[in-house]
Design a protein around this ligand. Sequence first.
Ligand code: ZEM
Length: 299
Amino acid sequence: LSLSPAAAEAKVEVAKTDVQAVKKSIADLIEDDMERRGDGTSLTGTFVRLAWHCAGTYSKVDGCGGSNGARMRFSPEASWGANAGLDLPRKLLESVKEKHPEISYADLYTLAGVVAVEEAGGPKIPFRLGRTDAESGDSSPKECGLPDADKGSFKNTTQHVRDVFYRMGFTDREIVALLGAHALGRCHTDRSGYWGPWTFAENTFSNEYFRLLIEERWSPKMSHNGQPWTGPDQYEDSTGKLMMLPSDMVLVQDPAFRKVVELYAKDENAFFGDFASAFSKLLELGVDYPSVKAWYKFW
Ligand code: ZEM
């Protein structure tokens, strides 16, 4: 069995990479940054969003997109509106790349998402090295295929969410599991226009997102800090401190999605297991692991 030149080169780099050491550097970065901020926010959510936006461009129709290549470093992906604010985590991860130059950017950006989930107390995510870096954005999809949070009505937004995730090859159950990542992090008005966290513990990976979706009364956000809310349509809980996007509300409006939300709200283990598989699958979409798999160890 012979490897393509690119795969052979990747094999050498992979063999040199000490994954545990890279994971430790990423975890240290998250912890140091959190201390520096001191306001209860952290990089965990932003690293998970980075990994997801690297991978979520994938289309099973033409095999285009996916985390291989780390094409978000280049135009057009760097300037897609959907990726606003993701230059920040990419810049911070440069310090890890300097310490561990043998890991590809594509492996580093996805591994950062994996470490963030684990640091936040989430499940262990099966992860394999082996992504290689593109030299330009020439092989990026022409159009941004990442999902919008609002298509004007629940009906259209539901269809849109299904269209986007079916294109990647996910099932309804996997869609709900993946959206549970919104337990982490928050929306930033200067990135997406939306505001606020989904849960009261935005650095903790849990099934809180699902519990809140079912148990809270969500209403359209009308005001913010005593002023009328002028941002895009979003939902807030009874305290006004938490948020849901229209695309989150779809999960309780649609009967098939809702069943899975109810399951995860009751059974955190089921959520953790399903999330670990679905997130691992997401991060490997379109990655061309050569047929010789023996050296692709799972971490
Ligand atoms: Zn998100 N997401 N997402 N997401 N996301 C945001 C933030 C985060 C959608 C979406 O519009 C937005 C998935 C799916 C979908 C995370 C993880 C995952 C934000 C706010 C928006 C608007 C960005 C900002 O302002 O900083 C939509 C429409 C989705 C599908 C329908 C999936 C899948 C994810 C991972 C598996 C995370 C962790 C954040 C928090 C980012 C942060 O900086 O804290």
